[in-house]
Design a protein around this ligand. Structure first.
Ligand SMILES: NC(=O)c1ccc[n+]([C@@H]2O[C@H](COP(=O)([O-])OP(=O)(O)OC[C@H]3O[C@@H](n4cnc5c(N)ncnc54)[C@H](O)[C@@H]3O)[C@@H](O)[C@H]2O)c1
Ligand SMILES: O=c1ccn([C@@H]2O[C@H](COP(=O)(O)OP(=O)(O)O[C@H]3O[C@H](CO)[C@H](O)[C@H](O)[C@H]3O)[C@@H](O)[C@H]2O)c(=O)[nH]1
Length: 325
């Protein structure tokens, strides 16, 4: 059994990671300021409430729990609003991440699994993107995540701090047991917005951008089930605790989906039309991204077994119907 600090453990992906850790016999300690997370989604271990940028608080959490590893998911995670209001994004993702990394360094080089994103690639020149593709983020959000990656790389070289950087593509879906799912006070994400529009629980779906250079003119993404992402965290933990060294890995389904294709699946799953309103492109959005996932398969033996789009949308719809508020 390992003790694992999970920053952002009350958030969407972090709560699924905590559940997966506990299901595998580990002890997750959720660390979250509840700015976007929910305390009622912390169910699989102790909860520590605080701001990751607060070095004294982090030191006390390390002293209380003496973790074997950290999974660092706490972040400001919205692409669009990072463009209009970058300040909170830099505070959490740069100052906060540096404080977490410093705490790890001062606690015996505690290994870190870091939540990065496909947004570090920006508008990739070739698809699918591999981990060796150039990084050129087109949003403050992507830039802050790339800075976190670079700090980790430099700290490994200089101080021997090991890390696994997981570049998730678009995390989606909900816990297959229906216990938890995405439940922000407001969401910016395409799948919950489309489902809510179809079910009459939210406004008409604003389709951001119909003039991209894709087959149907809408942006292309790679949606990967949150349960598959959680599974990759367990494998990354095993890798680090076995002393196998630092890594950077894409986590996607390996398949591309345009926004219009996504809406078709939402309509098929819910049995209802999605009311759609075309809008200009959203600032900070890349045109098209999907992942080459060979490295995660080779190194961690990971496959995104739950990530076919219909299963993703069905699990998200079941969660929204169960917990519509
Ligand atoms: N959702 C996606 O598709 C996606 C894709 C790629 C990467 N990621 C990354 O995955 C991680 C989790 O994302 P999510 O979708 O679960 O978002 P989320 O907002 O649900 O989770 C982030 C959590 O961090 C907490 N938090 C934010 N700032 C904090 C701070 N200063 N101190 C302590 N806690 C703080 C929030 O309260 C929240 O619970 C983020 O790092 C995000 O950048 C997400
Ligand atoms: O109401 C909406 C919401 C989204 N979209 C479009 O749907 C696609 C997916 O958008 P999401 O907001 O669901 O996801 P993003 O790709 O913007 O962002 C997500 O994936 C990113 C990586 O691309 C980040 O890591 C980020 O944390 C995570 O929220 C984009 O083309 C977006 O413009 C719409 O058309 N209408």
């Amino acid at each position: 059994m390992s003790i694992v600090l999970v920053t952002g453990g009350a958030g969407y992906i972090g709560s699924h990671v905590c559940k997966a850790l506990a299901s595998s016999g580990h002890r997750p300690v959720a660390c979250d300021d509840l700015s976007r997370g929910r305390e009622d989604h912390v169910r699989w271990g102790p909860f520590e409430q605080g701001d990751i940028a607060d070095a004294d608080w982090l030191a006390s959490v390390f002293a209380r729990h003496r973790p074997d590893a950290i999974m660092h998911l706490a972040a400001y995670a919205e692409v669009g609003s990072s463009v209009t209001d970058p300040s909170p994004c830099y505070a959490a993702n740069v100052s906060g991440t540096l404080a977490v990394i410093e705490a790890a360094r001062h606690n015996g080089n505690c290994p870190i699994v870091f939540s990065s994103t496909c947004a570090v690639y920006g508008d990739a020149p070739a698809l699918p993107v591999t981990e060796a593709s150039p990084t050129a983020p087109v949003s403050p959000y992507g830039t802050t995540k790339l800075i976190g990656e670079q700090v980790l790389r430099h700290y490994d070289t200089a101080y021997g701090l090991p890390s696994v950087v997981l570049r998730y593509f678009n995390a989606a879906g909900a816990d297959p047991d229906g216990e938890i799912g995405e439940r922000h006070a407001t969401t910016s994400l395409a799948i919950p917005k489309a489902i809510r529009a179809a079910l009459g629980l939210g406004p008409v779906f604003k389709l951001f951008g119909t003039d991209y250079a894709t087959a149907d003119g809408t942006a292309m993404r790679d949606y990967v089930h949150v349960a598959d992402i959680a599974d990759a965290h367990l494998r990354a933990l095993g890798h680090l605790l076995a002393g196998r060294g630092s890594l950077t890995l894409n986590l996607g389904s390996g398949r591309s989906t345009t926004v219009l294709e996504l809406l078709e699946v939402v309509e098929a799953v819910t049995g209802r039309p999605v009311p759609v309103e075309p809008h200009p492109r959203r600032s900070g959005d890349a045109a098209a991204l999907y992942a080459n996932i060979d490295r995660a398969a080779d190194v961690l033996g990971w496959t995104p077994g739950k990530s076919d789009l219909r299963s993703i949308v069905a699990s998200a719809a079941a969660w929204i119907e169960k917990s519509p508020g």
